[in-house]
Design a binder for this molecule. Structure first.
Ligand SMILES: NC(=O)c1ccc[n+]([C@@H]2O[C@H](COP(=O)([O-])OP(=O)(O)OC[C@H]3O[C@@H](n4cnc5c(N)ncnc54)[C@H](O)[C@@H]3O)[C@@H](O)[C@H]2O)c1
Length: 282
């Protein structure tokens, strides 16, 4: 039986998740709205595969075959569908509704949402017990830990399928209870928002904030380099989604962050954000 998976969304995360699967020999159908986006993603996946091999982060197996498509209906026959489209509940609702009507019963549907509760997304699928959150970290082909969000209706059988899927790509997951932002976004996103606020208030510049957080507190890159890696548009969307559900003002994206997004400075994926980049990478 073919172990093909479908990844929905060929942005920062969809591309990285595709690389992870291909590197482990799993064929992937990658779906996005436009062919141009898919062509860029194909080039990124090639670069990421080489990067993973160079770092010894990929097993010594022939890479899986990549197919790209602008139709989510091409998920038919996949063993799992991983949704990694933009962090907008109504867009996720639409695509989850579509794929749920196509895949066979028993096919696990995964959302890579940063923090929209899985039980909220479960309203969009025909079999809520087969929906689960796997919050891959960026870049998914290098970071070996994932956060698993189990909705109240996610079944034991689906959790077993998740373990099997993660074993196939050599990832370890910790399952947490479904809640807005789960654990990692609930903690990371307000920290990044505050770091941006500090820069906006002129307390320190981005490099100083990051150096202090790295040098004093052991943060690997600092919150603002992390923000540029995530993508500032996705961060703002995720913060809005969390604010809407938690009501806590700390989740409202600050003006410094929104200014960057309005100016198209989205981080690494656009070539500038809190920092400037010579090469656009995603
Ligand atoms: N960026 C990160 O570091 C990160 C980490 C963990 C989780 N996430 C989550 O992963 C998801 C994707 O984030 P991203 O950073 O990759 O976003 P992104 O903006 O880089 O990419 C999103 C992609 O989805 C595509 N898309 C939108 N609607 C679509 C549809 N109906 N059908 C097919 N494709 C569609 C867009 O064209 C775009 O290419 C979001 O839910 C985000 O919150 C992001």
């Amino acid at each position: 039986m073919t172990r093909r998976i479908t990844v929905l969304g060929a942005g920062v995360m969809g591309t990285g998740i595709t690389t992870l699967a291909l590197a482990h020999g799993i064929p992937v159908t990658l779906v996005d709205l436009e062919t141009a986006v898919l062509d860029r993603a194909r080039a990124s996946v090639g670069r990421q595969l080489r990067h993973a091999q160079l770092l010894g982060a990929a097993p010594d197996v022939p890479p899986g075959e990549l197919t790209t498509s602008t139709s989510a209906a091409d998920c038919a026959g996949s063993i799992a569908v991983i949704e990694a489209i933009s962090e907008h509940a109504e867009q996720k609702d639409k695509i989850l509704r579509e794929v749920s009507g196509i895949v066979d019963p028993g096919t696990v549907i995964v959302s890579n949402t940063s923090g929209i509760p899985i039980d909220e997304l479960a309203a969009s699928v025909e079999r809520p017990d087969e929906l689960v959150g796997i919050h891959f970290m960026n870049p998914p082909y290098l970071i070996t830990m994932v956060e698993i969000a189990r909705g109240p209706r996610t079944s034991d059988r689906t959790m077993e399928s998740v373990r099997d899927l993660l074993n196939l790509v050599n990832r370890r997951g910790i399952a947490v209870r479904d809640a807005p932002g789960f654990v990692t976004s609930r903690l990371l996103h307000p920290m990044i928002n505050n770091a941006a606020r500090i820069v906006g208030e002129g307390v320190a510049d981005a490099a100083e904030v990051d150096e202090l957080m790295a040098g004093c507190l052991g943060h690997p890159t600092g919150p603002l380099r992390t923000a540029d890696l995530i993508g500032l548009d996705n961060l703002a969307d995720s913060l809005f989604a969390l604010h809407e559900r938690l009501g806590d003002p700390q989740f409202l994206p600050c003006e410094q962050l929104l200014d960057h997004v309005r100016a198209g400075r989205l981080g690494r994926k656009s070539g500038s954000g809190f920092y400037e980049y010579e090469e656009i990478t995603r």
